[in-house]
Design a protein around this ligand. Structure first.
Ligand code: TRP
Length: 332
């Protein structure tokens, strides 16, 4: 049986943290074991918020290095830059003709902007550019261009993938053909299960994250800062309501998890001990990643080479697809 195609876009807007790693990167890399995976850097999506050339270049390199450092194998996974596949933008223009404006009006990101403007007594369209308004159409182009079956994304992107389905179905209906494969969003745990330093879900917007590639010392410092309650050392503790334990579960083996669970329940274990155990497990997994990340960032030509090679291959696939679509619509 032919392998299913999994595709997702990564916006280059800052380095990943532990929550992204556990919720998005690790599962996406696992998926690449069974699917034909295409993971690209959505630099034109980032343009809506990053309007400084040096920053965009730097963050693009960093995000590529981050994924490679986490184990993305460029021999197996197609990794490329959206901007280097110009068919994406031709397809977006095509899709615009099949996208009701009303559909875009319902997009969460756009609606949130309208609401914010209302709350702040601004004009409804204040600060809304067409890049934001048509964001889901560009995303649909990314997805539909590569005959994608699965789109692993966080909850906040589900609606966008569903819109891609709607647009694709409307095209297929109009031309009475299967011009587009209908993609399926695939839930990622996102940061739901990963708690941050303050016990709330780990998120950049809460400022409670542990960056993925911080040095050992800094990592330990951050782990020691995880908020706990004021139970004394002697008291038995409940592992299932503890931030430290929930992070530990993500990094430790089942046996190690059980051992620490026992220490919690029987009492006599202080928070410092649990934190040290967590730090050690995290550091064990993250040390090689950190080293690879640093190596890659000091060999940027290598990253460029990988991105260029991937983009070249993606461009070839896209050329074939676009030629078929041009026939269907009658521009060739
Ligand atoms: N919008 C996605 C995000 O903010 C990134 C993205 C762009 C994407 N194009 C995509 C995700 C296509 C999946 C498929 O995270």
């Amino acid at each position: 049986m032919e392998k299913k195609i999994a595709l997702t876009g990564i916006k280059p807007t800052g380095l990943p943290h532990i929550g992204n790693y556990i919720g998005a990167i690790r599962p996406a890399l696992e998926l690449s074991q069974t699917c034909e995976a295409r993971y690209f850097i959505a630099d034109y999506h980032a343009l809506n918020s990053v309007k400084n050339a040096a920053d965009l270049r730097q963050m693009t390199l960093e995000i590529a290095a981050a994924w490679l450092a986490c184990g993305l194998d460029p021999q197996k996974v197609l990794i490329y830059k959206q901007s280097q596949v110009p068919e994406t933008f031709e397809l977006m223009t095509l899709l615009l003709a099949f996208t009701p404006k009303g559909l875009m009006n319902r997009a969460h990101a756009y609606k949130a902007m309208l609401q914010k403007n209302k709350d702040e007594d601004n004009e409804p369209d204040f600060g809304v550019n067409m890049g934001l308004f048509t964001y889901p159409v560009l995303m649909a182009a990314d997805i539909l261009l590569f005959d994608t079956d699965y789109v692993p994304v966080g909850n906040d992107q589900f609606q966008h993938v569903e819109m891609a389905c709607d647009i694709a179905q409307s095209f297929n209906f109009v031309y009475g053909c299967e011009g587009f494969r209908i993609p399926q969003p695939m839930a990622q745990e996102e940061t739901k299960t990963v708690v941050g330093l303050d016990g709330r879900k780990m998120s950049k917007s809460y400022g409670n994250t542990i960056p993925l590639f911080v040095g050992e010392k800094e990592l330990r410092k951050l782990v020691m800062r995880i908020v706990t309650n004021s139970q004394t050392m002697e008291e038995p503790k409940d592992p299932d309501i503890c931030s430290i334990f929930s992070l530990y579960k993500v990094f430790a083996t089942p046996d190690e998890i059980n051992d620490l669970r026992q220490l919690y329940i029987q009492g006599g274990m202080g928070w410092g001990h649990a934190k040290q155990a967590l730090y050690e497990k995290m550091n064990e997994e993250l040390t090689p990643l950190r080293a690879r990340y640093e190596y890659l960032m000091s060999h940027q030509d290598y990253i460029h080479e990988i991105l260029n090679d991937g983009s070249h291959r993606a461009h070839k696939l896209a050329t074939t697809k676009m030629a078929i679509l041009r026939q269907i619509i009658g521009v060739t």
